[in-house]
Design a protein around this ligand. Structure first.
Ligand code: SF4
Ligand code: SF4
Length: 71
């Protein structure tokens, strides 16, 4: 059976807003936030959780271990 994500968590303390996770996601699950956070970073936000195939590329490519896909 295909894997399904329950939740995608971005740790706002670890994420530096590099947006690598958005560029590596093959399914358009993430997008850049419309506004900066309190440190001035645009964090990734989940726009299409249903499209996520739990490939974990975002987790693997994140340099700060800031994103976590919960199955
Ligand atoms: S790759 Fe990691 S640090 Fe970069 S924006 Fe995504 S979650 Fe944040
Ligand atoms: S696990 Fe794969 S499909 Fe899901 S958000 Fe990360 S890169 Fe995209």
């Amino acid at each position: 059976m295909a894997k399904k994500p329950k939740q995608i968590i971005v740790d706002p303390k670890l994420c530096k807003g590099c947006l690598i996770c958005i560029s590596v996601c093959p399914h358009g699950v993430l997008k850049k936030a419309d506004e900066v956070d309190n440190r001035g970073f645009f964090l990734p936000v989940v726009v299409d959780l249903e499209a996520c195939k739990v490939c974990r590329l975002c987790e693997m490519e994140c340099p700060d271990f800031a994103i976590c896909v919960v199955e």
